[in-house]
Each structure stands twice: as C-alpha cells, then as structure tokens.
Design a protein around this ligand. Structure first.
Ligand SMILES: O=P(O)(O)O[C@@H]1C[C@H](O)[C@@H](CO)O1
Length: 294
C-alpha cells in the first residue's frame, strides 16, 4: 500500500498527464452507470482516452462499462465523463474504485454527477423510473470497508467528514423542476440508495431486510465515490435508473440479470441524457456549498 503522500503523488501524476493531453479544464465530472455510457455522447469537441492509456487508472472489466474517459463541452460547461466505473466486486480496492474522483478534484472539478443502475424495493418505483438520490446507506462503509480508511490525506479533506448533506439539495430541486418541464415528472422521484458489495443480486431475505430498513433502491456502486467526493468538498448530484424490481417474495418467479439491466439503460438513455444535460446547462457552477470544503 502507498503512504498518504505517495498516494497524493499518484493522483497528481494522473491529473498532470491528463492536463498535458487535453486543453479541456473540466468543471463538472460525470460517472456513467451500467448501460448509461451514452451520457458522454452529448459532449462536443471531445478528447477521449482509454483507461488503459491513462497512467494510474484502473481498468473496467464489466460489460456496459466501456473504459473510456471523455472530455468535452456541454452547453457552455466543460465536462469530463467516465464511460465505465470501478466496482469493489471487480477486485479493486476502494482506494482504486474512487481514484478518479480525487483526480477530478485536482483537475479543478467542482461538481460530480454520479449515475447508476439499481433495483427497486419501493413499491412506487418501476423499471424505467429515475430516482434522484436523496441519501445513501453505504453498507460496506458501515462495517469499515470505506475508501477513507487508513491515514487521512489532509490535502483532500478532514479526518471525520460529515455526510448529512452529501447529495446537494439545490441540484435535487433543480433536477425535479427540469423533469417537470420535460414532461417526465411521473417517472422521477427522490429516494434512498443502498450500496451492497455484489456481484450477486440480492436473496429474497436480503431484499426483505433492505425494504424494511427503508431503502428505495439497491445497487453495487456510487456510495464510495460520493464519500470521497464529499470528503474533498465536491458538490454531488446522483441518480439511479431503476432497471428492475428486486424480488421480495418467494411466490415471485421473476429474476434479474445484467443483460436486462443494460437493456433498460438503452431504453431510457435519451431521457436520462436530456435530464443530465439540462441540469449541467442550468447549474450554477460557482455555487459549491458543502460541509467539507478544505
Ligand atoms: O455501475 P452500476 O452501479 O450502474 O452497475 C450496476 C450494479 C452492477 O455493477 C450491475 C448489475 O447489473 O449494474
């Protein structure tokens, strides 16, 4: 393992390399969930890099995660978009799964948009619906599998960061307003996302437990990225595309699979892209109120 100063050097080396390869200086970063890589297609004047060519970057191994970092312009804002994220179940350490977030911070990014595919537990959330993430339950984090474990890197943020407002309220309100104006408000609602380790989908007993705990949607990512982003003072907006109902009953013969998850991503790609594009277009890039700014 690296010592903290060495790790900081690794983030810096990657950020310096990217700066030397592109003229774009991103203000907004987007992480695409499973099947949502098309979010990068909206960027103009693209510079794109395979993860395998970026020094220090982990590799994507999951279908539906292309493994490409795309820089470009979107409605007057400069963005960087990860077509493919890193999951704990791929065998990456949490330090590696969240590596790009600190690189984005060093590149000057102020706002992080995280997206994911998730299964719904809430009765009111159907496949194809979009859940604006209001809060999360970081199950791995609760038992100590946390990307902030180990010596704190004070250059990024405090030892004990608050997580009580990690999904920015102004951006959540703006996204809801945009959904209304797009005429898709009936597809969009706020809810609580829970991260589990995966890669298996939930057993019925696990699904019942999550439901009883008040979780609205469950997935296998996002929370570590948001913890690291909040720690270093980035403003965060998150959304889950609901790709399936989590099976909660022994009488139910449905079962979930990754192909089905990707298919719902394809079906809803335009709506998600339009919502995210409008949000970026209308967000105030200079308003970055978070608890943990250093
Ligand atoms: O990267 P996300 O969280 O969108 O991916 C979800 C969780 C698993 O990686 C996969 C299951 O289909 O989709």
């Amino acid at each position: 393992d690296f010592r903290p100063d060495d790790v900081h050097d690794e983030y810096q080396k990657t950020a310096d390399w990217l700066r030397s390869q592109t003229k774009h200086r991103p203000q907004v970063a987007i992480i695409c969930g499973s099947g949502l890589g098309m979010l990068a297609d909206a960027l103009k004047c693209q510079d794109s890099f395979a993860y395998s060519d970026i020094p220090g970057f982990p590799q994507s191994t999951v279908q539906g995660h292309a493994g490409r970092l795309v820089f470009g312009e979107l409605k007057g804002k400069t963005c960087v978009c990860m077509q493919g994220r890193f999951h704990m179940y791929e065998g990456h350490s949490l330090c590696k799964t969240t590596f790009p977030v600190r690189v984005f911070k060093l590149l000057g990014v102020k706002t992080l948009i995280v997206t994911n595919a998730a299964g719904s537990l809430a009765d009111g959330l159907q496949p194809g619906d979009i859940m604006i993430i209001k809060d999360h339950v970081n199950f791995p984090g609760l038992v100590g599998l946390n990307p902030l474990s180990g010596p704190n890197d004070d250059k990024f943020g405090p030892r004990f960061p608050a997580m009580s407002d990690c999904y920015n309220k102004d951006l959540r309100c703006l996204a809801m307003e945009i959904a209304k104006q797009m005429g898709v408000a009936s597809l969009v609602q706020e809810g609580v996302y829970a991260m589990v380790g995966g890669p298996n989908f939930e057993s019925i007993a696990e699904a019942k437990l999550l439901h009883q705990l008040g979780v609205d949607a469950v997935g296998m990512s996002t929370a570590p990225e948001v913890v690291v982003a909040t720690h270093c003072g980035l403003r965060v907006f998150g959304l889950s595309l609901i790709t399936n109902k989590v099976v909660k009953s022994y009488e139910d013969s449905d079962s979930v699979n990754h192909e089905g998850v990707l298919e719902v991503g394809r079906l809803r790609s335009q709506t998600v892209q339009q919502l995210v594009t409008e949000l970026i277009s209308r967000m105030d890039i200079n308003n970055n109120s978070t608890n943990n700014t250093v």
